[in-house]
Design a protein around this ligand. Structure first.
Ligand code: AFP
Length: 336
């Protein structure tokens, strides 16, 4: 249709959230407001990341230190923007950030019903070479606003009501689930709006890609080693899988979600719990994978059923296409 060449009916992320709200007649728009504050944080980081290279070369306002310190600053800056945006939304109660050792309890007069666990700038070791990085977030409902405790953020991932990530890559994409499938929105820089570009994302049942830091191979356990061996030397007549590993979880998971395959950060002898953090890496990504028709497994159980006891706890993780995760599950099952 020639008439479709220029789209005029734009589904912004706010419009989408308002539509979703229609499914919950009791809702008063609190989630939409919370989301708009998260989106503000993402737009800020997107713009700051774009300028990061320039800041280093020519020094942007106030940034006189050219010893590579703006990299650290970008983490810290992004965190401050997110914390302030979340608190000022008036819709949050407990916040957990990768950047803060302790959980943040919002002052009583600004308290709302949501708890947000987030990593404001994940994969930050990739900033200096311009590789994709991202923000990850998971959202819970508070049990009792007047008695907020750490228990409110130490819930199993199955209690999450929404999760998402924003990838700062060749384009800026925000992927979100509120428990009703997964949708992807791309930032139109000329409008400053996230527009629905990837409606109802479903991960292929089986993929041709595996994604892992193979430099850790000598410390892997037997099921992980067997699995990767099978990716390279399949015994069932199928073609070997391709290896893709960026080292930036958002980018590796985003590719896995769109193209299919498996992403793994397993346990190894040196790191018995792997590297990735349960609250703001493992849970949100597992929630999105399941909502897209894939699976997520820790080596012992369904990842979302983990019951965390510490806010910065780590867990091994295998997530992606349903059939590919099924294979690693059966390798662990035959091991025990
Ligand atoms: P950085 O923030 O230090 O770059 O770590 C990124 C990360 O937490 C995650 O985004 C990657 O998936 C993972 O670490 C990569 O870890 P390895 O460098 O050990 O492969």
């Amino acid at each position: 249709h020639a008439a479709e060449a220029q789209r005029t009916d734009l589904m912004t992320i706010t419009r989408h959230a308002l539509n979703e709200q229609g499914r919950h007649p009791e809702s008063r728009g609190d989630f939409t407001i919370l989301l708009s504050h998260i989106v503000l944080g993402c737009k800020f980081v997107a713009s700051a990341v774009n300028k990061a290279g320039l800041a280093k070369l020519i020094g942007l306002a106030g940034e006189t230190n050219i010893q590579g310190e703006e990299q650290k600053k970008l983490d810290v800056l992004s965190n401050e923007v997110f914390v302030k945006a979340l608190v000022s939304s008036g819709r949050t109660c407990v916040l957990v950030s990768e950047e803060n050792e302790e959980a943040i309890f919002v002052d009583a007069q600004l308290r709302g019903k949501y708890c947000v666990c987030f990593d404001p700038l994940d994969g930050s070791s990739n900033i200096d070479c311009g590789v994709s990085i991202g923000t990850i977030f998971g959202i819970y409902m508070i049990k009792d606003k007047d008695n907020a405790t750490l228990e409110d953020v130490l819930q199993p991932g199955t209690n999450m009501i929404a999760a998402g990530y924003c990838m700062y890559g060749s384009s800026c994409t925000l992927v979100l689930s509120t428990g009703n499938g997964v949708n992807g929105f791309t930032l139109d820089p000329s409008l400053g709006e996230f527009i629905l570009t990837h409606p109802n994302i479903k991960i292929p049942n089986k993929g041709k890609i595996y994604s892992v830091n193979e430099g850790n191979a000598r410390n892997w356990d037997v099921p992980t080693a067997k699995f990767v061996e099978k990716c390279k030397f399949p015994q069932d007549g199928s073609s070997p899988k391709s290896l893709r590993y960026i080292g930036s979880m958002v980018a590796d998971v985003h590719r896995t979600l769109l193209y299919g395959g498996i992403f793994l950060y397993p346990a190894d002898k040196k790191s018995p719990n792997g590297k990735l953090r349960v609250l703001y890496e493992v849970f949100p990504m597992s929630f999105l994978m399941e909502q897209a028709g894939g699976q997520s497994f820790t080596g012992k159980q369904r990842a979302l059923e983990l019951a965390p006891t510490e806010i910065h706890q780590r867990s091994p993780i295998f997530l992606g296409s349903y059939d590919d995760v099924e294979e690693i599950k059966s390798l662990y099952a035959s091991e025990s």
